[in-house]
Design a protein around this ligand. Structure first.
Ligand code: 13P
Length: 255
């Protein structure tokens, strides 16, 4: 089955509101009309309102980098799914390795966020991936399986086409070290197998599995050409329009 490629930029804690709008205007100019490839930008919370406005007449969609699962209330510093929807947010990154490692997010918490996202018409981008020590210890697939099953335990097959999984080996994030296309494909195929076990083959074929970790204009072609790599979650290379648009172009050529 043909899954539409999805290229998402995770800006992390970069770009104030004015810088965000400047970047998004360049992206709209270069890639804001095409619809062969899904394109998503995930700016910091403080830029969501202005980025949303700047994207209004384009095909580029917006994602958030995190959220809390509750509707509203005494949760100082948190952002609700409804607040994101109000700003026309379409996607939300959940369980990024930086949230797991620095902020102590567990699979149980991430699972609640995934459920809340879907209930509020937000498409979750569930991030999974092993550390270097886990890979060297031969634990890659068991770690990824725990994260996939843990994050999606309360999601039904009916929602499969709205779920995105991002495989981001922690050792490849921001390090310049990329998994080879073959290494990445091996894990992506295994994730597809886990989703098949969870939801059945038809639903599993609908899920887009993105690769993340030092993906850039130079290595995107080879990664995106792999059978089970359906797009990218791009950090550093999404902070400049030139490199991000080149990755979008790689996906378009393969579409
Ligand atoms: P880099 O592309 O900077 O390695 O970051 C990847 C990432 O963490 C995207 O979520």
């Amino acid at each position: 089955m043909m899954r539409k490629y999805l290229i998402a930029g995770n800006w992390k804690m970069n770009k104030n509101a004015s810088e965000s709008v400047a970047l998004v205007k360049e992206l709209v100019q270069a890639a804001g009309k095409q619809s062969d490839v899904g394109v998503v930008v995930c700016p910091p919370f403080t830029s969501l309102a202005s980025v949303s406005e700047a994207l209004a007449d384009s095909t580029i969609e917006m994602g958030a980098q995190n959220m809390y699962f509750e509707k509203s209330g005494a949760f100082t510093g948190e952002i609700s799914p409804e607040m994101l929807r109000h700003l026309r947010t379409s996607y939300v990154i959940l369980g990024h390795s930086e949230r797991r490692a620095i902020f102590g997010e567990t699979d149980a918490l991430i699972s609640k966020k995934v459920v809340a996202a879907l209930a509020n018409s937000l498409k979750p981008i569930l991030c999974v991936g092993e550390t270097l020590a886990e890979r060297e210890g031969g634990k890659t697939l068991s770690v990824v399986e725990t994260q996939v099953k843990g994050g999606l335990q309360d999601v039904s097959a009916d929602d499969a086409d709205r779920v995105v999984v991002a495989y981001e080996p922690v050792w490849a994030i921001g390090t310049g070290k990329t998994a080879t296309p073959e290494m990445a494909q091996e894990v992506h195929a295994a994730i597809r197998g886990m989703l098949t076990a969870l939801w059945g083959a038809e639903a599993a074929q609908k899920v887009r599995i993105l690769y993340g970790g030092s993906m850039n204009a130079a290595n995107a072609d080879a990664l995106l050409a792999q059978t089970d790599i359906d797009g990218g979650l791009i950090g550093g290379a999404s902070l400049q329009s030139h490199s991000f648009v080149q990755i979008v172009e790689s996906a378009r050529k393969l579409s």
